[in-house]
Design a protein around this ligand. Structure first.
Ligand code: PRE
Length: 119
């Protein structure tokens, strides 16, 4: 459980003008974007490990992630519906990326294949 006073929502600073709001938002985006890039790296890993493109989209896993992040949003004093919408949209973008990575990795490994493909 998130302790009272340690919730993310309680860390939001009171702002006196939009310059301060935007400075705070930019500072959080500077933390978020590198984390999203790192998360995206695991789509490349998944694309390498999965045996077929049909396995890229995994509805069971998507729903498990949504349930998990909704609960976390609640515990942090946030809005579960907002976090769910962000995650569903983010995962669609990552699924598209994972499909591109799946193709890219197979295409480049073809160049390194020693034997000619059969047929
Ligand atoms: O867990 C996976 O199988 C992934 O490929 C990762 C991920 C994600 O976390 O964004 C992306 C695509 C899948 O539909 C489910 C989840």
């Amino acid at each position: 459980m998130t302790q009272p006073g340690k919730r993310a929502i309680d860390k939001t600073a009171h702002c006196n003008d939009m310059t301060e709001v935007r400075r705070r938002v930019d500072a959080l985006d500077d933390i978020l974007v590198p984390l999203l890039v790192e998360r995206g790296g695991y789509m490349t890993q998944a694309a390498r490990i999965k045996a077929s493109p049909e396995l890229v989209r995994d509805e069971v896993r998507i729903e498990a992630i949504v349930a998990r992040v909704r609960a976390r949003a609640e515990a942090e004093g946030g809005q579960p519906d907002v976090i769910e919408a962000i995650y569903r949209s983010m995962m669609e973008a990552y699924i598209a990326f994972e499909h591109r990575e799946f193709e890219r990795l197979r295409a480049s490994s073809d160049h390194h294949r020693e034997e000619a493909p059969k047929d």
